[in-house]
Design a protein around this ligand. Structure first.
Ligand SMILES: [Zn+2]
Length: 433
């Protein structure tokens, strides 16, 4: 099936959109995220490398909420082919909290959420005295929220054209004026197949076709929340996204481009089943009039009204069953969630499948969710990659998603910005030079 659209629609999607917002501090207190005040185009560091594949393209695809083991419970011929012909990690381990916005932006920047500043899907920022809302397009464009340097900016700064067919952070209007050349603001109503066709249209441009493309699908996450991960409708959603990947692969093959495209398919987190019999009601352990709780469910972020009450609040929470409660400085170091002004002073993290709630909130409507510890297997996602830089048959252990940015920079043969990840964990995925 071929999809076509009026040229006027595409014309609206083409061309750079230059930002012009107020200068601002970069969020995060830990490592200093990359500063984006240098607009000079850097030379290609691999220009003299005889093995460089300067004409290759990277297509980064996110299948939201695709748990690592979904491959085993549905028909996924396209992913199976990419795995057979490419690299596959046992799981892609998300950053904490295992939520959509923090993890897509960690994938894009190589920074832990405490350092890139997008610490939840919505959160309070004491540095701005405002609350971020993932559904608010102004917040998605306002650079004051967004730290670090996403891969499409790293690419464009080094002369590599980029296109974003949706990604968290792709709509930011950076103060330096650099943006992806091709960019579509998020619109979940655009059918999946049309997203693929739009990417192929970009790749067909005779001049300035992108060498980096991001592509996002909000399934099987949506079905996982609505029905729980074990439902037949989730199986349908898994097969739906595999079928749309098949259209992408077929489109690349029809153009003779499949073998010059590094196709990287990831997910941001997994999904676990909820039950009304696994509720943790906090009212007896926490005076809800003395705190402001931003998140409920898998994880609570708690802002005491008075800083001096923090220790007493943490002490009162210690009797909560099936829950780890701690001041942020005392959270397990592997969570990388102890610094950064936007990380709340106190956190409670439920055991996987349990729901932290109050008498007022009740059980909620989700049948499945995510947000628990990254070490919980149900929270872990997908990593599959095939292309000219990638070693056919490579098999990797479960790998942290903070390193994906370094891999993308390597595939594009550009210099990564300062970040928390490194290339080595994905070294075994690369074809030897
Ligand atoms: Zn998600």
């Amino acid at each position: 099936m071929r999809w076509t659209a009026p040229l006027a629609l595409y014309a609206a999607l083409l061309g750079p959109s230059l930002g012009a917002c107020d200068p601002s501090a970069v969020p995060g207190d830990g490592v200093t995220p990359a500063r984006l005040d240098d607009t000079a185009v850097a030379p290609n560091p691999y220009a003299d490398d005889p093995y460089a594949l300067a004409d290759s393209t990277v297509v980064l695809v996110s299948l939201d909420g695709f748990r690592w083991d979904y491959l085993d419970r549905a028909e996924t011929p396209t992913l199976d082919r990419l795995i057979a012909e490419g690299a596959h990690a046992a799981a892609l381990v998300p950053a904490f909290p295992t939520k959509t916005f923090p993890n897509h932006y960690t994938l894009a920047t190589g920074l832990w959420p405490e350092n890139h500043g997008i610490v939840d899907n919505s959160f309070y920022a004491p540095d701005l005295h405002e609350t971020f809302d993932m559904f608010d397009s102004r917040d998605n464009q306002d650079p004051r929220w967004w730290g670090g340097e996403p891969i499409w900016i790293t690419a464009e700064r080094q002369g590599v054209t980029a296109g974003t067919m949706f990604w968290v952070g792709s709509e930011v209007q950076w103060t330096h004026g650099i943006s992806a050349t091709y960019q579509v603001p998020y619109d979940g109503s655009i059918p999946f197949i049309e997203r693929v066709e739009r990417v192929l249209y970009w790749l067909d441009q005779p001049t300035d076709a992108p060498r980096l493309v991001t592509l996002y699908f909000n399934e099987p996450d949506h079905s996982g929340h609505s029905y729980g991960p074990d439902h037949a409708y989730v199986t349908d959603a898994i097969e739906q996204v595999d079928a749309v990947l098949a259209e992408l692969v077929a489109g690349l093959e029809a153009r003779g481009r499949l073998d010059t495209t590094d196709l990287v398919v990831v997910s941001d987190h997994g999904m676990t089943a909820l039950s009304d019999e696994r509720l943790i009601v906090v009212d007896d352990h926490l005076d809800l009039d003395r705190v402001w709780v931003h998140s409920w469910g898998p994880w609570m972020s708690i802002w005491p009204m008075e800083d001096s009450e923090t220790d007493a609040i943490v002490a009162g929470l210690q009797g909560l069953p099936h829950t780890l409660c701690a001041a942020r400085a005392d959270l397990p170091p592997e969570l990388h969630f102890s610094v950064g002004r936007r990380v709340a002073p106190v956190h409670c993290i439920a055991d996987v499948g349990w729901t932290l709630t109050s008498a007022d909130w009740g059980a909620g409507s989700f049948r499945g969710t995510h947000g628990y510890r990254p070490s919980d297997a149900d929270m872990q996602g997908l990593f599959v990659a095939r292309g000219p830089h990638l070693q056919p048959g490579a098999r990797l252990p479960a790998t942290d998603n903070v390193h994906v940015y370094s891999l993308l920079a390597r595939l594009l043969e550009i210099r990564p910005a300062a970040n928390d990840g490194e290339l080595a964990p994905f070294g075994a995925a690369l074809r030897p030079r």
